[in-house]
Design a protein around this ligand. Structure first.
Ligand code: ZN
Ligand code: ZN
Length: 411
């Protein structure tokens, strides 16, 4: 484990900068059993920050695996009333959510993808109000990660056990700007100011579409919704509380126009979807929809993902990250989206964020859908950035602006 003083700084970062706990707020910590040391510190920090009550929901990836193996599909699809009521209580009490993840790479390898998809879909369908609360920024939420041996050995194939775990901890803390000799909260204030600069420039340019090209075969046009908003770094809830949904974060992202993506995109990193690694895949879009795809590994899982619902084949997010950026420069493949998506341009299959269109946080979803917002049960990011990526932005008057050259921002 890292030094206690560093872990405490990290816990404080999750509480103060991640969700920015308000006086007398209810805080929900959703954590896996791999994270107990960090989670204990987070709970304490949340109380110190003024939380009225901190509720911790533990899960364990191995127990989840046993459920997939031993329960019938019908049982997996049952969402008990108390689970819905519990989440209803959180939303009714304006709770904030801290997710403490620690992926066990490959834990669900070999699980029937159809069974897993049906189970996940049933849970998503039962909790639409929770999705609207978090994705609509009605309350604060954040995700932070903790190292574990299984994950670390997958990231560092040449290291074993504790040594691997320590190395991954160091990479995590560095990526999150948690250092011995500085205050992470100040570091994040500076970082958020930097990120918002690109948002301002891109909002002013107000592109109609972006054209992506690289030598791997990506040749893709992504149309953007009218009145789109570029976001990145800190965000505000509808009641004005500043928070950071992802720690770390390096991205600036916005909302595609649902029916205007066309061409081919080739993934540059594997996608760890619910414990299964989808590798070497590509997607072909026509009028916004995936019409063709292939994967060298776990094609069936990719297919189930794309078939989750009617809109899972459309995208809801397009995000730009320079190839020359802190997480990318570690040259590590983290095998986890929270980290890998911040090292590479990416897009998300499924649901869009209402904040990425002007007035979106206060408009009914049905209204947004007419404007090109994609509504789906899933939001799954995958990475396609590369060191030779070029991006050209096309404005409404037809003029073109080079946004990325050789993998990096040039605006
Ligand atoms: Zn993103
Ligand atoms: Zn995303």
């Amino acid at each position: 484990m890292p030094k206690l003083s560093l872990l405490e700084k990290y816990a404080k970062l999750a509480v103060k900068v991640g969700v920015n706990v308000q006086k007398d707020q209810v805080v929900v910590v959703r954590a896996t059993t791999e994270t107990k040391e960090l989670t204990r510190l987070i709970v304490k920090e949340a109380y110190e920050a003024g939380a009225k009550k901190v509720i911790t929901q533990w899960s364990d990836d191995y127990l989840t695996r046993y459920a997939y193996d031993y329960q019938s599909v019908e049982t997996l699809e049952e969402v008990p009333g108390y689970a819905i009521e519990t989440n209803r209580y959180y939303v009714d009490n304006n709770a904030c959510f801290i997710n403490v993840i620690s992926p066990m790479i490959g834990v669900n390898q070999g699980v029937d993808p159809v069974k897993m998809a049906k189970s996940l879909t049933a849970t998503q369908k039962a909790l639409p109000f929770l999705r609207e609360y978090t994705m609509g920024n009605k309350g604060q939420w954040t995700i932070v990660a903790a190292s574990n041996t299984v994950w670390a050995e997958a990231v560092y194939p040449n290291l074993k056990g504790e040594e691997a775990k320590e190395a991954l901890w160091t990479a995590i803390l560095n990526a999150c700007r948690v250092y011995e000799d500085s205050d992470p909260i100040e570091n994040w204030a500076k970082h958020n100011a930097e990120l918002s600069k690109h948002n301002v420039i891109l909002n002013e340019l107000n592109f109609k579409e972006l054209r992506f090209k690289n030598s791997l075969g990506t040749d893709l046009t992504v149309g953007l919704v009218e009145n789109h908003v570029w976001s990145g770094g800190g965000e505000k809830t509808t009641s004005g509380v500043y928070f950071n949904p992802n720690i770390p974060t390096e991205e600036t992202f916005t909302m595609p126009y649902k029916w205007a993506t066309s061409g081919k995109v080739v993934a540059t990193k594997p996608l760890n979807y619910q414990g299964t690694l989808i590798e070497d895949f590509y997607l072909v879009f026509e009028e916004g929809k995936v019409v063709e795809f292939d994967a060298k590994k776990e094609k069936k899982t990719l297919e189930e993902l794309l078939n989750t619902d009617a809109n899972a084949r459309y995208i809801g997010e397009i995000a730009l990250i320079s190839h020359d950026s802190p997480i990318s420069n570690t040259n590590l493949l983290f095998l986890n989206t929270l980290y890998d998506e911040n090292a590479s341009c990416h897009m998300a299959l499924g649901r869009a964020y209402p904040m990425n269109i002007k007035g979106g946080l206060n408009a009914p979803i049905e209204e947004l859908e007419k404007k090109g917002y994609n509504n789906s049960l899933i939001h799954v990011d995958f990475m396609f950035g590369s060191k030779d990526m070029s991006i050209v932005g096309v404005k409404h008057d037809g003029s073109e602006v080079v946004v990325f050259k050789d993998g990096n921002f040039v605006i």
